[in-house]
Design a protein around this ligand. Structure first.
Ligand SMILES: *Cc1c(COP(=O)(O)O)cnc(C)c1O
Length: 810
């Protein structure tokens, strides 16, 4: 990394501000200061960026390309400064000029090109690939509109467009010279030209795919990778075909919007076109780049690994085959061997509605040649199994069935590795959801438990706690998060526990200020901050949390004088715009919040805050201030979860079902340092099999639950005539698909235990410390290192081993 001193930085910053805006520091607006700072930062890593990718070619290094339809990087400024080793110098330099890094950073618009966990994971992986010194690239779509901006009006979610590009995205570089043409639509037929089958396209649209590259800076290791996002444009040669603005929009709209739905499959052809577009553009550019290696295509899998993140990029398999067959004229068998060796696939969900299926007729419209290739892969798959497996097995596992293409099957059959994202999830894949394939290809299945970028979620988001850790165990944990384990030695050190408590308290004061400023609600930093932040989904059971809150409220109304530790319940969640039920839950949470926050008999004892527009930057504000982390999904439904990891890392204690990675969190911190309740995987599977669950029994037999549910329909909670009944009916008439009523009593009981535990602050802080100490196990650096070694077979630069004692004097 370019070396910098405070003096040099200040000089450079002033010079650029004057050149770009003809302004002095004191006259510049935050956005102008921000843009200036970005340009200084970019100039700091641009040489290294160029060297990094040139070295890959020079050293014949195998590279991985991580294909994901979503990336959710959030703000890049502080994270880049941290990784470059510039953070403290720049912060001090800005201060010298009377400026604040925190304030300037707020001027950056979140890059919100993802819905939630899936996109955030992809971005944590980008950060870790670079920080591990691994040759890894991202490949995705540069949406013009990111995930919608959420507002509440009368308690209802309103979606506003998120035009994040209005100020230009300062981190990305457009590379016209690396553009490729993507063919879509029209018809295709094959002619035998004597040497090979040649596809002849008729009436296809040619779309120009232009890459926007963002440098992904590794942590203090002089390594900068590339995240490549594609934009759709009209090629100059095709312009006459699109004479009107509407015509042009047909092409440009291809990369306009991120589908704001990460689980419900929506039968929209535009989504399928997006999938083919970024897949084809990415694969074409990979094969073109491979020429620089001067190796035969029959060896491409020795130099290239392609990762399919969920099924959206599953057409990678067919597109790679298309290029090897139609453009490079390899034989099918040779091409197929290279394809399977190159591809690997991660499954992210077992929710049936999220397993993508596309009608043949739609695929044919999007890319007829790709459909032909998928049909041929499917035909050969069935042929190979004929006689070896029964017809039922073949029918169940084929790619094409009843006129639909199953994308997961395409990805599995075309990959050498299939992984789940937590131990329980992988087990469910092997034993249940993908059991047939597990039987067929046991060697392909493996687990890679998700992880998080500890740099962003602790070093950047929580400087107070980071400092306490430095003072306690030194700074090596900043390079190797497993070193956090050394904190355990201080589990009975009252001074350390107190400091951890003080850091939390100071973060709670900050969040309380933010809540006041955003919502007008006054909350006490002495209350328990009980947090549930994640997409709004029935299976995540925000509703269970809400029922618990209503119970507390009704108890307080009965006995307003009862002694209790004050609680603040904080929610952050977006609902997919078409997900009616989730939006009704949002409305109900907001109405319960209004009722409680404005009830003078409740005073400070109970507050409910639903912060608008949950996203990465809001998460960075909330998580450091959390006391309690709500991870209460119905067992089997949350594949892994990652907010559970971020929260434990910041010293929150988890209230959890035995679902996803919660199980591994429990295994690491021990039963005494987590609050587990509710149905297990086996209980849920049993109920789903024998249909013996009757939610009404729980309502009829539990007067507490009865009273809580009645509050939704008898006017106790105002302004939810429609939504209250809808929720009431979903729980009682539709038999409560996610077992909310079944788990209610256990949940209430567990939450009482939480409050009792909190009363002994030192005991509480000890549990916090143990959670922080064991969170290193969930570092994405390790997760990615396992992908690298066990799936991609790629090698890292020499790892950096170091301390920051010079930068962070104790
Ligand atoms: C971590 C994260 C998620 C994932 O949260 P889960 O609770 O694991 O679903 C979603 N959105 C954002 C903005 C995140 O940072």
């Amino acid at each position: 990394m370019k070396k910098i001193t405070q003096e040099k930085f200040v000089h450079e910053f002033k010079k650029r501000l004057a050149e770009k805006y003809a302004l002095d520091v004191k006259d510049a607006a935050p956005s102008e200061l921000y843009q200036t700072l970005v340009s200084v930062v970019k100039s700091g890593y641009s040489d290294i960026w160029r060297n990094t990718w040139k070295d890959y070619v020079k050293n014949d290094e195998k590279q991985v390309y991580y294909f994901s339809i979503e990336f959710l990087p959030g703000r890049l400024l502080k994270s880049n400064l941290l990784n470059m080793g510039w953070y403290d110098i720049v912060e001090k330099g800005l201060k010298e000029m009377g400026l604040s890094l925190d304030k300037i950073s707020e001027a950056e618009v979140d890059m919100a090109l993802g819905n939630g966990g899936l996109g955030r994971l992809a971005s944590c992986f980008m950060d870790s690939l670079a920080s591990d010194g691994l040759p890894g690239n991202g490949n995705g779509i540069r949406y013009k509109y990111g995930l919608f901006k959420q507002k509440f009006v009368d308690g209802y979610q309103i979606e506003l467009p998120n035009e994040w590009l209005t100020d230009g995205n300062n981190w990305a570089v457009a590379r016209e010279s690396k553009a490729v043409d993507v063919l879509m639509g029209g018809q295709v037929h094959l002619i035998d030209n004597g040497k090979y089958l040649e596809p002849i396209y008729e009436g296809a649209d040619v779309i120009k795919a232009v890459p926007y590259d963002t440098g992904i800076v590794g942590y203090r290791n002089d390594h900068v990778n590339t995240m490549r996002l594609w934009d759709a444009q009209i090629p100059a040669t095709e312009e006459v075909k699109y004479p009107t603005i509407e015509d042009r929009r047909r092409v440009e709209d291809l990369t306009s919007v991120l589908y704001p739905d990460d689980s419900n499959y929506e039968g929209r052809i535009l989504r399928l076109k997006q999938e083919y577009f970024f897949t084809s553009a990415g694969i074409q550019s990979i094969v073109r780049h491979y020429k620089k290696y001067k190796k035969p295509l029959t060896k491409i899998s020795d130099y290239v690994a392609i990762h399919i993140n969920d099924t959206h990029p599953a057409m990678c398999v067919a597109e790679f085959m298309r290029i090897l067959l139609d453009e490079k004229h390899l034989d099918w068998e040779v091409a197929w061997e290279q394809t399977v060796k190159t591809m690997s696939y991660t499954n992210h969900t077992i929710m049936a509605e999220a397993l993508e299926k596309w009608p043949l007729e739609m695929l044919e419209k999007v890319q007829p040649r790709i459909l032909q290739i998928i049909q041929e892969i499917d035909r050969r798959y069935a042929l190979e199994l004929a006689g070896k497996r029964d017809q039922d097995f073949i029918d169940r596992t084929r790619i094409i069935k009843d006129g639909m293409v199953k994308m997961a099957h395409l990805a599995i059959i075309g990959s050498h590795s299939v992984n789940g994202v937590a131990k329980l999830h992988t087990e469910l894949l092997e034993d249940d959801v993908l059991h047939d394939f597990y039987e067929l290809y046991p060697e392909r299945f493996n687990n890679k438990t998700n992880g998080i970028a500890v740099r962003r979620w602790l070093q950047v988001a929580n400087p107070e706690l980071s400092k306490v850790i430095d003072q306690t165990i030194g700074t090596k944990w900043r390079f190797d998060t497993k070193k956090l384990k050394e904190l355990e030695k201080y589990a009975d050190d009252k001074k350390v526990l107190k400091k951890i408590g003080q850091a939390k308290r100071s973060n709670k004061v900050k969040l309380a200020d933010f809540i006041k400023q955003e919502t007008g609600i006054v909350v006490s930093p002495d209350a328990i901050f009980d947090i549930q932040i994640k997409r709004l989904h029935a299976y995540k059971r925000q509703l269970l949390n809400l029922l618990g809150i209503v119970k507390l409220y009704l108890d307080l109304k009965d006995d307003p004088k009862q002694k209790m530790i004050p609680r603040v319940f904080i929610f952050g969640a977006k609902a997919a715009p078409s997900y009616h039920y989730a939006k009704s839950i949002i409305k109900c949470i907001n109405e319960v919040a209004n009722l409680i926050n404005n009830d003078p008999t409740i005073k400070d004892k109970l507050k409910v805050v639903f912060l608008e527009n949950y996203g990465v930057s809001l998460a960075e504000k909330i998580i450091p201030a959390a006391d309690v982390s709500e991870q209460i999904s119905t067992a089997t439904k949350e594949a892994s979860g990652t907010s559970n990891m971020k929260l434990m890392l910041n010293g929150a204690l988890t209230v959890a079902t035995l679902d996803g990675a919660n199980i591994e969190i429990k295994d690491h911190v021990g039963d005494d340092n987590i609050f587990i309740f509710g149905l297990t995987k086996d209980d849920v599977l049993q109920y789903e099999k024998d249909h013996s669950y009757h939610s009404a029994d729980y309502y009829n037999n539990d007067p507490v639950l009865q009273r809580v549910l009645n509050a939704f329909v008898d006017g106790t909670i105002p302004n939810i005539e429609v939504e209250g009944h809808e929720i009431f009916d979903s729980l009682l008439r539709v038999n409560d698909e996610f077992f909310v009523l079944r788990d209610f009593e256990a949940y209430i009981h567990t939450k009482e235990k939480v409050a009792q535990t909190y009363a002994d602050q030192l005991a509480w802080q000890k549990k916090c410390l143990i959670n922080i100490a064991n969170a290193g196990y969930f570092s994405a650096d390790d997760t990615v290192a396992k992908y690298a070694a066990e799936i991609w077979d790629i090698k890292a630069d020499q790892p950096t081993e170091g301390t920051l004692d010079d930068v962070y004097p104790l």
